[in-house]
Write a protein that binds this ligand. Structure first.
Ligand code: UTP
Length: 297
């Protein structure tokens, strides 16, 4: 295990094909789809930064231009807003550009989430790091990533985020086998993992959601991980191996059972639900929007 347990880098894979959202994602990555008034990816970067991770590496594929533009200054736009005296929007346009120190690496061929994480190896080096997926948005009032970083600091190894889901939904996620938690604790030791199991083969109803804190030992494991489910190099398969490795080699996986507010933006229906939930809580028009929604039923 790397001796420094401090985590400073976040990796955000955005190189998937986003097939479930086609044609909306033909020319932009799905992480650029707006959730109320910001692209999903901005919520994720904000979450990383508020957990203290301001070095952000995006693993990009085709169509990365929109992402780079979003996290860069836009002089033309800023000048136009300045000329209009629109300070409010000016601030919002600049926000994304100054939020974090954003780097990019290309995945080339989208061979799966595990392969996307492996593309971060050079930038990350021999340090533990976080991985955040834009398919899951965590409410800014809940502190999942901070808790995961604390668990890493205490136990070393890797840490995954788990969500209790109804038994018939486990097949949509990676699923964890765990030792029973101590009374009142939401931290569990993970003994095994399986990607999208059939309901009768699922070891629990604990589903993986898109937050990870990974020991750098994951890179070596990913280098020898072959294609798994769907022909893709699966991060879940590498985690399964890490769970069985000794702590002195960077092994060991803990899980944090998340009981806060999570918005799933991974498919069209849940994306629409996430947009409605977040719009209802919007400080400017949430109340009006909620009243309008109620008036329709
Ligand atoms: P998904 O499994 O949701 O795949 O990837 P996808 O391609 O984005 O979407 P669909 O299923 O075709 O609609 C989970 C995360 O991993 C990234 C995606 O960008 C997403 O954040 N990913 C996936 C990569 O970066 N590279 C890959 O090769 C695969």
């Amino acid at each position: 295990m790397s001796d420094g347990r401090r985590v400073s880098k976040a990796v955000i894979p955005v190189a998937g094909l986003g097939t479930r959202f086609l044609p909306a994602t033909k020319a932009i990555p799905k992480e650029m789809l707006p959730v109320v008034d910001k692209p999903a990816i901005q919520y994720v970067v904000e979450e990383a930064v508020s957990a203290g991770l301001s070095d952000v590496l995006m693993v990009t594929g085709r169509n990365k231009g929109a992402l780079e533009d979003h996290f860069d200054r836009s002089w033309e736009l800023e000048q136009a807003l300045e000329a209009k005296g629109d300070e409010f929007r000016l601030e919002r346009v600049r926000d994304a550009a100054v939020l974090a120190d954003v780097h990019y690496v290309r995945q080339g061929d989208p061979k799966g989430l595990g392969h996307a994480v492996l593309c971060a190896a050079r930038h990350v080096g021999d340090e533990a790091f976080a991985v955040l997926l834009g398919d899951d948005l965590i409410d800014a009032r809940d502190t999942l990533l901070e808790t995961m970083l604390e668990v890493r600091a205490e136990h070393g190894g890797s840490v995954i985020a788990l969500l209790e889901v109804p038994a018939d939904q486990v097949q949509l996620y990676g699923c964890a086998a765990v030792d029973p938690a101590d009374q009142g604790s939401d931290v569990v030791r993970v003994t095994g993992l399986v990607e999208k199991p059939a309901p009768q083969e699922a070891p629990s109803n604990l589903a993986l959601i898109g937050r990870y804190v990974l020991d750098p030992a994951v890179f070596e494991v990913l280098r020898r991980t072959g294609p798994g489910r769907g022909g893709e190099i699966q991060l879940t398969d590498a985690l399964q191996e890490l769970a069985g490795m000794p702590a002195e080699d960077g092994g060991g996986v803990h899980g944090v059972v998340f009981r806060g507010r999570r918005y799933d933006t991974g498919d069209r229906l849940s994306y629409l639900q996430a947009v409605v939930q977040l719009a209802e809580g919007h400080p400017e028009f949430g109340k009006e929007f909620a009243e309008w929604l109620r008036s329709r039923t």
